[in-house]
Design a protein around this ligand. Structure first.
Ligand SMILES: Nc1ncnc2c1ncn2[C@@H]1O[C@H](COP(=O)(O)OP(=O)(O)O)[C@@H](O)[C@H]1O
Ligand SMILES: O=P(O)(O)OC[C@H]1O[C@](O)(COP(=O)(O)O)[C@@H](O)[C@@H]1O
Ligand SMILES: [Mg+2]
Length: 481
C-alpha cells in the first residue's frame, strides 16, 4: 500500500510575464539551500559538444503547453525547457546518484537506465551510480532471498548495485528492467533515511502516476530536511495515462506489438465462418493503446475503451452491431481495453486493489467472449466462432523499438542535465515535441484519458463504423485536438 505520509505538497512555483505569460517552474536546490557553489559545465570541454553552437539552454527558455493559439489570446502556461546549463551545482566526484524503477513494466525502461548511467558518466564524469533493486522498497528492504541462480536479474538482485557504462552496455536490447520493479512498499521516511544514510545526492525515479506521486513525497521530505539532493522523475506508463506530456516512452512499441495480436485475430476471423477475433490489450483507466492500435490496424471493426461505456443488448448495442458485421462480412475483429465495461461485470472484486492501491480488474475479455457466445447460440440460434487473444503482458515485456529508444535517451539525458543544474522535484517530459521539466504537482494532478468528444475518437469511430454507444445528451463540448 502507498505510504500514509501527508500528501501535502509545497506551493507551486509560478512566474508571470507580459501578455499573460505563465511559467509553471520547477524547484531548485537554491530555493531552500543558501550560498550553493556553482561550477562550469564540464560539457564545454567535451569534444563531442564543443562544436555545437548554443548547446547550452538559455536560462529563460520555456516551452508553451498549448501551441494552437488565437492572435489576441493569452500566451498561457509554459514549462522550463530541458537541457544542459552553463553552470552546474555538483562537481563530478561529488555526485552519488541512484536509479529506481517502479510500477508495471514498459518497453524502454532499460534504455532509460542505460542512458542515465552513460549520460552521467560520459557527459559529466560521474562515476558513482547506484541501482536500487525492486522498486521503492529496495531503498530499505534487504532482499537477500531475491537471488535466483544466474541470469541478468540474478546478478543484479542484491538490493543495490553500482552501475557503469560497461555493465549497462547492451541492456537496451532486452525487455523489462534489470533493476527489477514492484508495486506498493512506498515509505517516504524510510526511503529518505536510506538516501541520507548512503550519501545519495541525485535520485532518478522511473515510473508511472503512482511512482511520480511517491517521488513528489520524497522530494518534499528531502526539502524539509534541507538536503542537497536532486529528485528527478522520468515518466513511465504503457497506458499513456500521464497528463501534460505528448506521450509516454514505450507507448509506440506497445501499439506496434498490439498489431501482431490484432493481425492474428484478423487472420483467424477471416478463415472461419461467422468468426469474431477478440483481442484484449492493457489500459486500466485509459484506452490509448486500444485506440491507437485500432487506428493503426484498419482491420478492427470495434474498439471498446474504459472512457466510452457500452452496452450489449438492444438497438445500438454491441450484439446488434456484431450480427450486422457477421451478416455483411462473415467475420469481425473487436479490440477491448482491459478497463472497458468493468461496470457491466459482477461487483465481486470491485473494491479490491493491488499493493499500490490500483483497482484490480476482472477479465473483461473472457467475460465478453462468454456473453457473445451465449447470446448467439441461445438467443439468435446462430453458429459463430470466437477466437480470444490476450497479449496483455507480451506487449509490455518487449524491448523498445528504435524511436522509443531515441525518446528514452533524450528523456534520460534531460533528467541528468536538470539534476546537474540543481533543479529538483521535476519530471522530464516531452511537451509539443520539446523536452521540458514539469513540476510534480502538474504530473500527478490527474490522469490522461481518451476524450471521447474529441476528434481523435471521432476518427476512430469513422474508421470502424462502430456504434458510439452515446446519445447526443451525453456529449459535452470539449476542445478538439
Ligand atoms: N499516492 C501514492 N503515494 C506514494 N507512493 C505511491 C502512491 N501511489 C503509488 N505509489 C508507489 O509508487 C510505486 C508504483 O506505483 P504503481 O501505481 O504500482 O505504478 P505506476 O507508478 O506505474 O503507476 C509503488 O511502489 C507504490 O507504492
Ligand atoms: O499485472 P500488473 O503487473 O499489476 O500490471 C497490470 C497493469 O499494469 C498496467 O500496464 C499499468 O501499469 P502502471 O500503472 O504501472 O503503468 C495496466 O494497464 C495493467 O492493469
Ligand atoms: Mg499507474
Amino acid at each position: 500500500m502507498a505510504s500514509s505520509a501527508s500528501p501535502e505538497l509545497s506551493k507551486p512555483k509560478i512566474l508571470n510575464g507580459p501578455g499573460d505569460y505563465v511559467l509553471e517552474d520547477v524547484p531548485h536546490l537554491s530555493d531552500y539551500i543558501p550560498d550553493l557553489h556553482t561550477y562550469p559545465n564540464p560539457l564545454q570541454d567535451n569534444p563531442a559538444y564543443s562544436v555545437v553552437k548554443q548547446y547550452f539552454v538559455h536560462v529563460d527558455d520555456s516551452v508553451p503547453q498549448k501551441v494552437v493559439v488565437h492572435k489576441d489570446g493569452p500566451r498561457g502556461i509554459h514549462f522550463r525547457r530541458a537541457g544542459a546549463r552553463q553552470k552546474v551545482y555538483f562537481q563530478p566526484d561529488e555526485v552519488h546518484a541512484c536509479i529506481v524503477t517502479c510500477g508495471g513494466l514498459c518497453p524502454g525502461l532499460n534504455t532509460v537506465v542505460r542512458e542515465i548511467v552513460c549520460g552521467l558518466h560520459h557527459m559529466y564524469g560521474v562515476k558513482k551510480v547506484l541501482g536500487i533493486d525492486g522498486g521503492y522498497k529496495g531503498f530499505y528492504a534487504k532482499n537477500t532471498e531475491l537471488n535466483p541462480e544466474g541470469g541478468y536479474r540474478g546478478f543484479y538482485a542484491k538490493n543495490t548495485v553500482y552501475l557503469n557504462p560497461k555493465a549497462v552496455n547492451d541492456i537496451h536490447k532486452r525487455g523489462g528492467t534489470i533493476l527489477g520493479t514492484s508495486r506498493g512498499g512506498h515509505d517516504t521516511s524510510k526511503i529518505v533515511d536510506s538516501i541520507q544514510d548512503r550519501g545519495i545526492n541525485q535520485v532518478y525515479i522511473i515510473g508511472g502516476d503512482g511512482t511520480q506521486r511517491g517521488a513528489a513525497l520524497i522530494f518534499e521530505e528531502i526539502r524539509r530536511r534541507g538536503l542537497k539532493v536532486s529528485v528527478a522523475g522520468i515518466p513511465k506508463t504503457i497506458d499513456n495515462d500521464i497528463p501534460v506530456i505528448d506521450k509516454s516512452f514505450g507507448f509506440d512499441t506497445a501499439v506496434e506489438e498490439a498489431q501482431r495480436a490484432i493481425n492474428a485475430a484478423h487472420v483467424e476471423a477471416e478463415s472461419f465462418d461467422n468468426c469474431i477475433g477478440l483481442v484484449k490489450v492493457m489500459g486500466r483507466y485509459s484506452g490509448f493503446i486500444a485506440m491507437h492500435a485500432t487506428l493503426a490496424s484498419r482491420d478492427v471493426d470495434c474498439c471498446l475503451i474504459p472512457e466510452s461505456p457500452f452496452y450489449l443488448e438492444g438497438p445500438g448495442g454491441l450484439f446488434e452491431y456484431i450480427e450486422k458485421r457477421l451478416k455483411e462480412d462473415g467475420h469481425m475483429v473487436v479490440v477491448i481495453a482491459e478497463g472497458a465495461g468493468q461496470e457491466l461485470l459482477t461487483e465481486s472484486i470491485h473494491s479490491m486493489t493491488d499493493a499500490s492501491g490500483n483497482k484490480l480488474l476482472q477479465d473483461v475479455g473472457l467475460w465478453l467472449s462468454q456473453r457473445i457466445k451465449d447470446y448467439f447460440s441461445k438467443e439468435r440460434k446462430m453458429l459463430i466462432n470466437l477466437k480470444y487473444i490476450d497479449p496483455t503482458y507480451m506487449i509490455r515485456a518487449v524491448p523498445s523499438n528504435a524511436s522509443d529508444n531515441v525518446y528514452c535517451t533524450l528523456l534520460a539525458q534531460s533528467a541528468v542535465h536538470g539534476a546537474m543544474a540543481g533543479y529538483t522535484g521535476f519530471t522530464s517530459g516531452l511537451v509539443n515535441g520539446r523536452h521540458t521539466y514539469i513540476p510534480f504537482n502538474r504530473i500527478i494532478e490527474k490522469q490522461n484519458k481518451v476524450v471521447i468528444t474529441d476528434r481523435m475518437w471521432a476518427r476512430l469511430l469513422s474508421s470502424t463504423n462502430q456504434p458510439s454507444f452515446l446519445s447526443a445528451k451525453d456529449v459535452e463540448p470539449s476542445t478538439p485536438s
